[in-house]
Design a protein around this ligand. Structure first.
Ligand SMILES: [Cu+2]
Length: 184
């Protein structure tokens, strides 16, 4: 979801955790040789971007109805929506992804919370370490629900184009898709 612009809405992501995520996710394989420069505190954290070492099995998934939301100029974030079917016998953890248009691609949950005004709930989103694709089941990331957040866009995704979207699962090779950009 694009973050709502109204002041009354709330995002549940703490600035600190987002900054930490940004820092970790910027450790792409291209600068992996810089890892020794990380502080000890940082290097103890679990890696969010698995290595792309050869030998990792392909994720046993089918991806359906994937698309990235088109955004007007000036927006800093967009979202990817898709359904992931796990054809394997073990649950899969979707850790996030990469996209050339965005600095980070992280899994987010849509959450509703009491606003303080009786009868009114606010909608927000919260980044989570992973979203689970149940064994033999599916993870649905629908418009208005859980999603992959494309943050710090380098440019807006434009309706009609296609973009590369790489999904990152635990214990499996990254899966790169070519997905359409659609206006909601
Ligand atoms: Cu989001």
């Amino acid at each position: 979801m694009i973050p709502p612009l109204s002041a009354g809405s709330s995002r549940f992501t703490s600035l600190a955790s987002r900054l930490l995520l940004l820092g970790l996710l910027s450790c792409t394989p291209a600068n992996a040789h810089d890892h020794h420069a990380h502080s000890p505190a940082l290097s103890r954290l679990p890696a969010l971007v698995p290595t792309t070492a050869p030998g990792l099995p392909a994720a046993p998934v089918k991806v359906l109805n994937a698309f990235v939301q088109a955004t007007p100029p000036g927006m800093s974030d967009s979202s990817a929506y898709l359904t992931i079917v796990n054809t394997g016998r073990r649950p899969l953890k979707l850790r996030g992804g990469t996209c050339p248009l965005a600095r980070t691609v992280v899994p987010m949950r849509q959450v509703n919370a009491a606003s303080g005004t009786p009868g009114v709930t606010t909608t927000g989103m919260q980044d989570v370490p992973f979203l689970l694709v149940p064994a033999g089941g599916k993870l649905v990331l629908p418009v208005g629900g859980d999603h992959l957040m494309l943050s710090a866009l380098k440019r807006p995704p434009r309706a009609g184009e296609t973009v590369k979207l790489t999904l990152i699962f635990d214990d499996h090779a990254p899966l790169t898709l070519t997905v359409p950009v659609k206006r909601l």
